[in-house]
Write a protein that binds this ligand. Structure first.
Ligand code: SF4
Length: 215
């Protein structure tokens, strides 16, 4: 079997196994609208999702539109998001991003990768999180978990997130790009943890380069 075909089969098996183990693959960030997810992902840099959710529960009640953020008092906004860390930079990023959303997209968060990455502070990872989870448009999200787990399994040899994204796009069926990313995130959090992966307890060990080499 050709290498690419073998990797596709491996992905298929991994999806089959992990989907039984992880029935709810929704991302941990809480949101109701694309704008809320955009703000939550900006706040989630260097911060846990739990902490972001604690902050956004009040923030989202107060700020309902891109205009609310764009015209907000910067110092006040800083105070409101302070528990997420790097609050000065994040407040500026939120404001700038929302000002662009208003100026160029009439206040609505755009739904294409090209438009999303054109917003200040939005990279491919954030853009794909929003596309897949708020718009239902498939996107491979290479966060720290997907980066680590896909390399350990042997789905990519690359280290650069964009190259990993393109490698995974080749072997994961398009309709499952977001789903597969979310499966790997959950697997990375629970089993394939960064410090010491729990290979002995791992259900996909048979399909993993790293795990099948360890005893
Ligand atoms: S076998 Fe080990 S390294 Fe491979 S996916 Fe499972 S926990 Fe991670």
């Amino acid at each position: 079997m050709k290498k690419q075909e073998a990797l596709k089969k491996r992905v298929k098996e991994i999806i089959k196994i992990l989907s039984k183990e992880i029935p709810d693959t929704r991302i941990a960030l809480k949101f109701y609208t694309p704008l809320e997810l955009l703000i939550a992902t900006i706040l989630s840099a260097q911060c846990t999702d739990v902490k972001v959710n604690q902050v956004t529960v009040d923030l989202f009640k107060k700020y309902r539109s891109a205009k609310d953020y764009a015209e907000s008092d910067l110092e006040k906004l800083e105070g409101e998001i302070r528990p997420t860390g790097f609050y000065r930079n994040k407040a500026k990023a939120v404001q700038k991003c929302c000002q662009e959303v208003i100026k160029r997209f009439g206040g609505e968060v755009p739904n294409t990768l090209e438009e999303l990455v054109s917003l200040p502070g939005v990279g491919r990872k954030t853009a794909n999180v929003i596309l897949g989870n708020a718009f239902g448009i498939p996107g491979i999200v290479v966060d720290t978990h997907v980066h680590r787990v896909s390399r350990r399994i042997g789905l990519t040899k690359n280290d650069d997130p964009t190259k990993i994204e393109f490698d995974l796009m080749e072997i994961v069926p398009k309709g499952k790009w977001t789903y597969f990313s979310n499966l790997l995130v959950w697997h990375g959090r629970r089993t394939c943890i960064a410090r010491k992966p729990l290979c002995e307890a791992c259900s996909i060990r048979k399909w993993c380069d790293y795990g099948s080499k360890t005893n």
